[in-house]
Design a protein around this ligand. Structure first.
Ligand code: GRF
Length: 188
């Protein structure tokens, strides 16, 4: 199976997925990392891991439509079984969904349907939640509204924010790998 990862940020989830594939924990290959800007930490990780990077610089397109058409063009070359959003900070529209709906999954730092949007963890903490968590879900046209595949949570107890963020990332990495392992074995 072939996986394309899309990211906008530091790329720790991308690295977790790519490393798990390389180690045979996920029966798939990451064929490309697509990023939406040239200054993105994930690129360095891909270079280190020897994974192809496609930079589709949003700023160099006249519209979101043209930008997403360029992404579809790339995706059609790879024809991936799964497209994993991993800190990809743009809404996916029907330009991509029309062809790839059902194959696009995302990880979100909250226990959806609570706290969708850009700062799921912060919103959960600000609301006084005593347990936080992460969700892997299919992507639809909404903001973090697609069908939930799997969730994981932990109590925050006496942890400070930095400790919570560190733990959350570790939980994310484990959850994303676990879901992809299941999906590539056809268990979902
Ligand atoms: C993660 O917290 C993920 O849940 C959210 O964006 C963050 C990406 O982190 N969608 P990284 O770039 O994978 O380190």
């Amino acid at each position: 199976m072939q996986i394309v990862v899309m990211a906008s940020g530091s790329g720790s989830n991308f690295e977790a997925i790519a490393s798990a594939c390389a180690l045979g924990k996920i029966d798939a290959k990451v064929v490309s990392l697509i990023v939406d800007k040239p200054e993105c930490g994930a690129i360095e990780r891909a270079n280190r891991l020897g994974i192809n990077v496609d930079i589709v610089d949003f700023k160099s397109y006249s519209s979101k439509l043209a930008y997403e058409q360029a992404i579809v063009h790339l995706l059609n070359e790879y024809n991936p079984d799964f497209i994993c959003l991993a800190g990809y900070m743009k809404i996916i529209t029907e330009t991509i969904l029309d062809q790839y709906s059902g194959r696009i999954i995302n990880i979100h730092p909250s226990l959806l349907p609570k706290y969708p949007g850009k700062q799921g963890l912060l919103d959960a903490l600000n609301a006084g939640e005593k347990t936080v968590g992460v969700t892997v879900h299919y992507v639809d046209g909404g903001v973090d509204t697609g069908q939930i595949i799997k969730q994981a949570s932990f109590p925050i107890k006496q942890m400070n924010q930095e400790e919570i963020e560190t733990k959350l990332h570790a939980v994310e990495h484990e959850l994303y790998v676990s879901v992809l392992r299941d999906l590539t074995m056809g268990e979902r």
